[in-house]
Design a protein around this ligand. Structure first.
Ligand SMILES: NC(=O)c1ccc[n+]([C@@H]2O[C@H](COP(=O)([O-])OP(=O)(O)OC[C@H]3O[C@@H](n4cnc5c(N)ncnc54)[C@H](O)[C@@H]3O)[C@@H](O)[C@H]2O)c1
Length: 372
C-alpha cells in the first residue's frame, strides 16, 4: 500500500500523523511511504529522518493526496484537503464529525473510507487513540497551573512543593479518569498536596489502591467539591460524561469563596468546561482572570508539547495503521471489531450511529459496510 502523510494545515497544529519510526515500520512491512516536505518539522522531525527511514518526500499535499492509497493525519481534513480525497481512498485521522456537518457531507461526497481515531475502542471499553492525548493534557495541567500560579501571571504566588518550613500548594483535581490521574501524579510529584474527586466508586478504589500514598481521593458531591475548592490554590477540571457536554461543577458565585489568585486549569474545556466561568483560550493567550481567579482553558493542550504528543499518538496509531496497510481496511476491520468501531464513513454512507443522530443523517451499520 502507498501510505501518504501530508503536513497539517489547521492553525496552531504542529503534530504530524506519521513519525519517522512509524514510517520505518511501514517500509519494513513492504509498503511505500510518501511524506510531504516539512511535515515533521513542527514536531522536530526533519525530512532527513523520513528519508533515512525509507520514505519518499513529496513537495505538495496535492501529490500526497493524488498518489496515496491511505492518508494518515492528525486533525480532521480541512476543506481544501477534503476536496482532494477520492473514491476508494482510506483516511485515518481524528475526525470529530458530530459537530461538523460540512466535513461530514464532504467526506460522504468524496466516496472515501474514513476511520476516526476518536471512535476506535479497546477491550477495556476505553478509547486507545484518545487516551495518549488525555495523558499528555493531564501531565501538562499541573505544569501550566504552576506557571499560572506565579505572581507575574496574576496568580497567588505559591510554589507547588513549598520549601522546608512552608507548606505545599493545595491542588484539587475534579475527575479521576485518564486526565485526572496523570494530573494528580505530576502535581503530587511536584510536591503538592493533592486530592482527586470522582463520581465512580470503582475508580476511587483503583486510585486508592494504586496511588493512596501519593494523593487523597474524595467522592464527588457538590458539598465536598465546594469545601475543597475553597481551600485550593489550584483546581484542575478533568471530568467527562461520554457523549455529553461537561457538567458545570463550580459556579461563578463560588469563585468569591476561593483564595484570590488561585488557578483554575479546565482541561475539560473541549467539552464546554466544568467551571461556569470557563471559555476556550489559545496557546497564544492562554489565561484570563474572573473575580480574582486565574483561568487556563486551552482546548488543544497537547499542541504545546507537539513532539511528545506526536510520538505518543504515533505509538498508539501505528499498530492500527500497519494492520490497515497490511490487510486492507475491510480485512483489518473484520479481524478487529475495535478498529471497525472507528469506521465513520464508507463510499458515501455514514457508518457511525452517534454522528447520524447528531446530524440527522441515515446510517448504514459498519458490519454491513465492511462486507460491501
Ligand atoms: N484540553 C485539552 O487539550 C484536552 C486534551 C485531552 C482531553 N481533554 C478532555 O479532558 C476531559 C477528561 O478526559 P479523560 O480522558 O480523563 O476522560 P475519562 O473518561 O478517562 O475520565 C473522566 C472522569 O470524570 C469522572 N466524572 C464524571 N462526572 C464527574 C463528576 N460530576 N465529578 C467528578 N468526576 C466525574 C468519571 O467518573 C471519569 O473517571 C474530557 O473532556 C476530554 O475531552 C482535553
Amino acid at each position: 500500500m502507498k501510505i501518504g502523510c501530508p503536513t497539517e494545515i489547521k492553525p496552531q497544529e504542529f503534530r504530524v500523523g506519521l513519525t519517522p519510526n512509524a514510517a520505518r515500520e511501514a517500509v519494513a512491512h513492504g509498503h511505500q511511504v510518501l511524506v510531504q516536505t516539512g511535515a515533521g518539522a513542527g514536531s522536530g522531525f526533519p525530512d532527513e529522518d523520513y528519508l533515512a527511514a525509507g520514505a519518499e518526500m513529496a513537495d505538495t499535499a496535492e501529490q500526497v493526496f493524488a498518489q496515496a492509497d491511505m492518508i494518515v493525519k492528525v486533525k480532521e481534513p480541512q476543506a481544501g484537503e477534503r476536496a482532494m480525497l477520492r473514491e476508494g481512498q482510506l483516511l485515518f485521522t481524528y475526525l470529530h464529525l458530530a459537530p461538523d456537518p460540512d466535513q461530514t457531507h464532504d467526506l460522504l461526497n468524496s466516496g472515501c473510507t474514513a476511520i476516526a481515531y476518536e471512535t476506535v475502542t479497546d477491550a477495556q471499553g476505553g478509547l486507545p487513540l484518545l487516551a495518549p492525548m488525555s495523558e499528555v493534557a493531564g501531565r501538562l495541567a499541573p505544569q501550566v497551573g504552576a506557571w499560572t500560579l506565579q505572581k507575574a501571571n496574576g496568580g497567588r504566588g505559591v510554589l507547588m512543593g513549598g520549601v522546608p518550613g512552608v507548606g505545599p500548594a493545595k491542588v484539587v483535581v475534579i475527575g479521576g479518569g485518564v486526565v485526572g490521574t496523570h494530573a494528580a501524579k505530576v502535581a503530587a510529584g511536584m510536591g503538592a498536596d493533592v486530592t482527586v474527586l470522582d463520581r465512580s466508586l470503582p475508580r476511587l478504589r483503583y486510585l486508592d489502591d494504586v496511588f493512596g500514598r501519593d494523593f487523597k481521593n474524595r467522592y464527588s458531591t457538590a458539598g465536598a467539591t465546594a469545601e475543597l475548592v475553597e481551600e485550593a490554590d489550584m483546581v484542575i477540571g478533568a471530568v467527562l460524561i461520554p457523549g455529553a457536554a461537561a457538567p458545570k461543577l463550580i459556579t461563578k458565585a463560588q469563585l468569591s469563596d476561593m483564595k484570590p489568585g488561585a488557578a483554575i486549569v479546565d482541561v475539560a474545556i473541549d467539552q464546554g468546561g466544568c467551571f461556569e466561568t470557563s471559555r476556550a483560550t489559545t496557546h497564544a493567550d492562554p489565561i484570563y482572570e474572573v473575580d480574582g481567579i486565574m483561568h487556563y482553558c486551552v482546548a488543544n493542550m497537547p499542541g504545546a508539547v507537539a513532539r511528545t504528543s506526536t510520538i505518543a499518538l504515533g505509538n498508539a496509531t501505528m499498530p492500527f495503521m500497519l494492520a490497515l496497510a497490511d490487510k486492507g481496511w475491510k480485512q483489518a476491520c473484520t479481524d478487529d471489531p475495535h478498529l471497525l468501531a472507528g469506521l465513520n464513513v464508507h463510499a458515501g454512507q455514514l457508518t457511525y450511529y452517534a454522528v447520524g443522530k447528531a446530524l440527522g443523517l441515515d446510517v448504514v451499520s459498519p458490519n454491513v459496510a465492511v462486507k460491501q
